[in-house]
Write a protein that binds this ligand. Structure first.
Ligand code: NAP
Length: 419
């Protein structure tokens, strides 16, 4: 099967595909972008979000640019269409590879059982090694902290390694029993016989490409520091190595642009102009730091599991998952996504907050270089929040606000759009 032949999909005829040009993307004016609607509340969220995206592109560029949306499938819709035990069809992976940039809603991950998380599958199959999540407060969004504006970080979380990568065997399985036996006999380490086993690999390759992406981002966006977050005091050869390899790469590849914290203190503690500070923090300490001294952090770069916890904790500080965007990025391919799950109890009730997917769309437009469209959405969203016209999750925390449905929130953002 060639890269452009599909079992059940066809490339839209009325648009053009993104081309890769060295490190850059060449984005046509009528760009084809695949989307995965998502399970649970995904349908409601997508219907509201896509109207916002189309309206923003129209406001920003008149008719000169537009998006040709291409529906591709994962999760329950994929299973209904492709049958059998297919939840993440080969078609979908090929379509995203072909189109380079895509956006998705949340997907259900069955707990236990034989089905691997579709999100993890997607990240691994497309080698989307960096999960990038900006966490920045939208003024007016109710927050549990006194000064939510002080937190403005971008989290780069490794996506393909660590215990989360799915190398696991169930308690009592032949593999778990064999591994426990092998480790006992060959390495003298005792593991209880009734244990499940998970393997936590962290490689130089995985670490370096993530840290490189984070530092390049800091350079491009004028950010002042990159902090390596790890639990290296306990897991020396995985998390500790992540820190050591990260510093080594920073010094080797970015010598003129960076200074390490150790070098800074050796030089009297005065930050040289124009340099990026590379520092590290232990994972448990960073949870305190982002609460107590949030403005000392800008880019956080971390292995997978720490990043998972940290992104949700940071999102809570700026008002919760309903307003937290995310993306999974390879060298070129980018899949932009909601950071929350499918919130199944609200499915098809038209109540959920579509903010996370809408803000993921902002990130996507920025990634495409369509900054004007991104700005139109950002401003209109801020105006809507400022008017206190919000969905249930914010309404219950925001005295004097008007409760909007998911679709109405999308419409309110569109009403507030200005070039
Ligand atoms: P969840 O779907 O994120 O929902 C947990 C709670 O968070 C909701 O009950 C709701 O709280 C709040 N919430 C989530 N999204 C919201 C939104 N857009 N607007 C307002 N509030 C929102 O987490 P879960 O119940 O643990 O997971 C459900 C399923 O989603 C699971 O199958 C899980 O594996 C999957 N999941 C998918 C992704 C993904 O696709 N990226 C990520 C995480 C989880 P209230 O009830 O308090 O209003």
């Amino acid at each position: 099967m060639s890269a452009t032949s599909f079992e059940k999909l066809s490339v839209p005829k009325d648009g053009e595909l993104i081309q890769i040009d060295g490190p850059n993307l060449k984005v046509p004016n009528r760009v084809i972008l695949p989307f995965i609607e998502g399970d649970g509340t995904g349908g409601d969220i997508w219907r509201a979000s896509v109207r916002v995206f189309d309206a923003a592109v129209k406001v920003a560029y008149g008719g000169e640019r537009s998006v040709v949306w291409w529906e591709v499938y994962a999760g329950e819709k994929a299973n209904a269409l492709y049958g059998g035990n297919v939840w993440l069809p080969e078609d979908t992976l090929k379509a995203i590879k072909l189109a380079t940039v895509a956006i998705k809603g949340p997907l259900t991950t069955p707990v236990g059982g034989g089905i691997r998380s579709l999100n993890v599958g997607l990240r691994q199959e497309l080698d989307l090694y960096a999960c990038v999540r900006p966490v920045k407060w939208v003024p007016g969004v109710p927050s549990p902290v006194r000064e939510p504006q002080k937190l403005d970080v971008v989290i780069f979380r490794e996506n393909t390694e660590d215990v989360y990568a799915g190398i696991e065997w169930a308690q009592g399985s032949p593999e778990a029993v064999a591994l426990i036996d092998y480790i006992g006999k060959n390495f003298g380490k005792k593991i209880r016989l009734d244990s499940g086993i998970g393997i936590k690999p962290i490689s130089i390759t995985g670490t370096e490409r993530l840290v490189r992406k984070a530092i390049n981002y800091a350079i491009k966006e004028g950010r002042k520091s990159v902090t390596l977050v790890h639990k290296g005091n306990i897991m020396k050869f995985t998390e500790g190595a992540f820190r050591d390899w990260g510093y080594a790469l920073a010094i080797r590849e970015f010598r003129d642009q960076i200074i390490t914290e150790e070098e800074l203190w050796a030089n009297g503690g005065t930050m040289p102009a124009g340099k990026i500070l590379i520092k590290d923090r232990i994972a448990d300490s960073i949870f305190q730091q982002v609460l107590l001294r949030p403005d000392e952090y800008e880019v956080l770069c971390t292995p997978n599991l720490n990043g998972d916890y940290l992104s949700d904790a940071c999102a809570a500080q700026i008002g919760g998952l309903g307003m937290a965007p995310g993306s999974n990025i390879a060298d070129h391919i980018g899949v932009f996504e909601a950071t929350h799950g499918t919130a199944p109890k609200y499915a098809d009730k038209d109540v959920i907050n579509p903010g996370s997917v809408i803000l993921s769309g902002v990130m996507m437009f920025e990634y495409l270089g369509w900054k004007e469209a991104a700005n139109v959405i950002t401003k209109a969203l801020a105006t809507t929040i400022d008017q206190k016209r919000v969905t249930y999750d914010l309404e219950r925390l925001l005295p004097g606000s008007t409760l909007l449905k998911c679709s109405e929130f999308g419409s309110a953002i569109i009403e507030n759009m200005k070039k």
